[in-house]
Write a new protein. Structure first.
Length: 71
């Protein structure tokens, strides 16, 4: 179990998510002015992938939550 500051950890995860989405947009040849629309459509695609995942979401969230102890 990892002990960390909740707000700091959430900011770090948000920066990672943004970096991954920027990289994904670059791979899709998205132009800067198209990024907001790309986010909308790609988040919808990610939602569908989550729904199709063989492990129930509650189980995945529980496992992730169990990795950290927040201070």
């Amino acid at each position: 179990m990892i002990e960390t500051n909740r707000a700091e950890h959430m900011r770090m995860l948000d920066r990672q998510i943004l970096g991954l989405l920027v990289s994904r947009a670059a791979e899709s040849e998205v132009q800067p002015h198209e990024f907001a629309e790309f986010l909308d459509t790609h988040i919808e695609a990610i939602r569908r992938l989550s729904e199709e995942h063989p492990t129930p979401l509650a189980e995945r969230i529980g496992k992730a939550a169990g990795r950290y102890r927040f201070r």
